[in-house]
Ligand binder design. Structure first.
Ligand code: FAD
Length: 212
C-alpha cells in the first residue's frame, strides 16, 4: 500500500486564529469564524496515517470523508516490510502484527506441483515477511488509533469546492448529501484517492497511467 500524499495545498498558516466567539453556527456545530489548522480530505489509509501523525505531534486537524461508513471491502491484502517499519515509527507495529498473519514465502503451483518458491526471510528488514491483513482491517486499526488521539472522522462530508488566499483555505463541503457548509483551515491536505477532487479543483494533472 502506498503511503504517499496525493496532493497538498497550503495557504499561509493563520497563526493565533483559533476559535473566535461562536457565531453563525454551522451544521458541523462549529463557528464559521473558526480556522482549523489542517483539514484532511479523505479517510483512507493515507488520510488516516496523516491524521495520526499530525495528532501525535500535537497539530490540530479535522478529517472528512464523503462515505457514510468505513469501507468493508478488502482491496489491499497484505502489508509489505517497509510499511511495517513505518508503523513501527508510529508505535503501531505491534497492533498490526497481532492482527495480521505473517507470510514468509510465496509458493507457485501449476497442475498440482510446486514450480517456484520465493522466500521472503532474507529481506533486509526487521520485518522480513509480508503481513496478510485486509485493507478494511488496516483502516479500522488506523482509525481506532486516530480516535485515541482525539480526532473523529467526519463521515458523509464531501469536499465540493475550495478557495484559498494567503491567510487560509475555505473548503465548501456537503454534509449528509444536502447541507452545505464551509470549513476554514490553514492547510488542506488532499488524501482523497485516485480520483482526487482536491487535485481536480487545483487543476493539477494526474501524471501516470491506469492498468487496462
Ligand atoms: C479492488 C482493489 C484491489 C486492490 N488491491 C491492492 C493490493 O493488493 N495491494 C495494494 O497495495 N493496494 C491495493 N489496492 C489499492 C489500494 O486500495 C489503494 O492504494 C489505497 O486504498 C489508496 O489509499 P488512499 O488513502 O490514497 O485512497 P483511498 O483508499 O481511495 O481513500 C480515499 C478516501 O477519500 C474519500 N474521498 C474521495 N473524494 C472525496 C471528497 N470529495 N470529499 C471527501 N472525501 C472524499 C473516499 O471516500 C475515500 O475514503 C487495491 C484497490 C482496489 C480498488
Amino acid at each position: 500500500m502506498k503511503c504517499n500524499l496525493k496532493a497538498m495545498s497550503g495557504a499561509r498558516e493563520a497563526q493565533g486564529r483559533q476559535a473566535a466567539a461562536v457565531i453563525n453556527a454551522s451544521p458541523t456545530g462549529r463557528s464559521h469564524q473558526e480556522i482549523v489548522r489542517v483539514l484532511i480530505v479523505g479517510a483512507g489509509p493515507v488520510g488516516l496515517v496523516m491524521a495520526h501523525e499530525l495528532a501525535r505531534y500535537g497539530v490540530e486537524c479535522r478529517v472528512i470523508d464523503k462515505q457514510r461508513d468505513r469501507p468493508m471491502t478488502s482491496r489491499a491484502v497484505a502489508i509489505l516490510p517497509r510499511t511495517i517499519e513505518v508503523f513501527d515509527l508510529m508505535r503501531l507495529a505491534d497492533d498490526f502484527l497481532g492482527a495480521g498473519r505473517q507470510i514468509h514465502a510465496i509458493n507457485i503451483f501449476s497442475d498440482g506441483e510446486r514450480i517456484a518458491r520465493i522466500g521472503l526471510d532474507r529481506l533486509d528488514s526487521p520485518y522480513p515477511f509480508a503481513l496478510a491483513l485486509p485493507q478494511d482491517e488496516t483502516e479500522r486499526l488506523l482509525e481506532e488509533h486516530v480516535v485515541r488521539h482525539g480526532v473523529m472522522v467526519e463521515r458523509n462530508t464531501e469536499l465540493m469546492a475550495l478557495d484559498q488566499n494567503d491567510e487560509r483555505v475555505a473548503a465548501r463541503v456537503r454534509i449528509d448529501g444536502s447541507q452545505m457548509d464551509e470549513i476554514r483551515c490553514g492547510y488542506l491536505i488532499g488524501c482523497d484517492g485516485g480520483h482526487s477532487t482536491v487535485r481536480r479543483l487545483l487543476g493539477m494533472p494526474f501524471r501516470g497511467g491506469s492498468y487496462k
